[in-house]
Design a protein around this ligand. Structure first.
Ligand SMILES: [Zn+2]
Ligand SMILES: [Zn+2]
Length: 153
């Protein structure tokens, strides 16, 4: 069953109140045209767009993580703070709110041209055209174990 727009908005506001102790007063919507991105925040419009395929395929718990990630961008942006992935404030807010940096790949996208991996020890990410056997290959930097990931923007 597809989630209604109003339910998505309530859910986002609930997560915002719970983890950020602030209301979410702008717009959130599903964008079915997003492909391998779980969600994105558009600063010029103050809009959070979410990929409905991720809710359908990964479930509510993982999807809540995607919403929280976008809320980190959102709250920092409207408060005039650094809201980019490389900003220390962003990294800190991800940490204190327990928001993920990445989410799982879509089961239906697993045969795509790009494969992304992250080292479970040092966090370094890798993009490979070909699938990597993570039981054989490890992180080039620290020899840590690699895990397949999907990006959230
Ligand atoms: Zn590593
Ligand atoms: Zn992001």
């Amino acid at each position: 069953m597809a989630m209604e727009q109003s339910a998505l908005r309530n859910w986002t506001n609930e997560l915002s109140e719970t983890y950020f102790s602030k209301p979410f007063v702008d717009d959130v919507m599903f964008n079915p045209r997003l492909r391998t991105t779980g969600g994105r925040y558009i600063p010029s419009k103050r809009v959070i767009e979410l990929n409905p395929k991720y809710l359908k395929e990964l479930g509510e718990e993982e999807f809540a993580g995607i919403i929280k990630h976008e809320l980190c961008h959102y709250h920092l942006h409207i408060e005039g703070k650094g809201f980019g992935h490389g900003d220390p404030e962003f990294k800190e807010l991800l940490r204190v709110t327990g928001s993920p940096r990445h989410c799982s790949p879509l089961p239906s996208e697993r045969v795509k041209t790009y494969h992304q991996y992250q080292c479970q020890s040092c966090g370094k990410t890798y993009e490979r055209k070909r699938k990597v056997d993570t039981s054989k290959y490890c992180c080039g930097k620290c020899k840590g174990k690699l895990k397949k990931i999907s990006k959230i923007h």
